[in-house]
Design a protein around this ligand. Structure first.
Ligand SMILES: Cc1cc2nc3c(=O)[nH]c(=O)nc-3n(C[C@H](O)[C@H](O)[C@H](O)COP(=O)(O)O)c2cc1C
Length: 241
């Protein structure tokens, strides 16, 4: 493997928010490779502060899919701040996401209160239905990386685990969808009950793995230019000179 291959995999990695085929199970060999990638993730103090719950039992997946949760007020309001309202705007901003991915009321500041009021609980199945396997990454909330306030270093480590698994999956042609909703209070409590996870273990995030039933509609992906986030030899000296 050469550098160009790595950059290609990094650039091709993307969030797949379409349904995955229930009839294409994940091979144990591929799952092992993804777990091997997690295994070698860098973590603060090499604490390896993660455990991975692999869920591919149809009955358990169904139970998890039946959990209902509602989108929080904080999410609806703060999500709004990240939206662009046209491809042109997103292309110019280069950060955030396109508003058309969300319900109309979520995109109109005058209707955000209404959106919050009317947001009713929906089953997780709407997002994970059909996915042949979920990986749920958990960590021990009683520990932290040495002297790390709020265990920031521990959370960065969990991010490294996420990225390692995501890039491995990408290289194997397996689609990935991150599900932060699993770390929300309601879902976390129910998932922990179903999977008999000890109280002190917290869910960091879940990953839905699979093969899409249909192509994901083309959507604009933007990133800032290197010059926009690089400061060379002093803050404000933008770019790599
Ligand atoms: C920590 C973290 C949490 C995320 N949570 C979610 C999520 O809950 N749902 C989702 O659809 N995407 C989630 N994403 C994916 C991001 O929205 C996505 O990576 C970003 O918009 C860039 O798009 P791309 O992955 O297609 O490049 C998450 C990503 C990260 C790193």
């Amino acid at each position: 493997m050469v550098m160009a291959d790595i950059l290609e995999i990094i650039q091709q990695r993307r969030s797949m928010r379409v349904p995955f085929s229930p009839n294409r199970p994940m091979s144990k060999e591929n799952l092992r490779k993804i777990l091997e990638a997690a295994r070698w993730a860098p973590t603060a103090h090499n604490m390896q502060n993660f455990e991975v719950l692999v869920v591919d039992d149809k009955g358990i997946l169904e139970k998890i899919g039946n959990i209902k949760s509602r989108v929080s007020e904080a999410f609806i309001r703060e999500n709004y701040q990240q939206l662009s309202f046209s491809e042109e705007e997103l292309l110019q901003k280069k950060v955030g996401i396109l508003g058309t991915n969300f319900p109309p009321d979520w995109r109109d500041p005058a209707k955000l209160d209404k959106a919050v009021r009317e947001c009713s609980p929906s089953p997780l199945n709407q997002r994970i239905g059909g996915s042949p396997v979920l990986l749920i990454v958990i960590y021990d909330s009683r520990k932290r990386a040495p002297a790390s306030e709020g265990d920031v270093l521990g959370f960065i480590s969990l991010g490294c685990v996420m990225q390692n698994m995501w890039l491995m999956a990408q290289s194997l042609g397996i689609s990935v969808h991150i599900l932060s909703v699993f770390s929300g209070e309601t879902v976390e409590k129910e998932v922990k009950r179903i999977l008999k996870v000890p109280e002190y273990m917290k869910i960091a995030f879940a990953i839905r793995l699979g093969y899409p039933v249909s192509k994901q509609a083309r959507h604009l992906r933007v990133r800032r230019d290197i010059e926009m986030f690089t400061h060379h030899n002093g803050y404000g000296k933008k770019g790599l000179r």
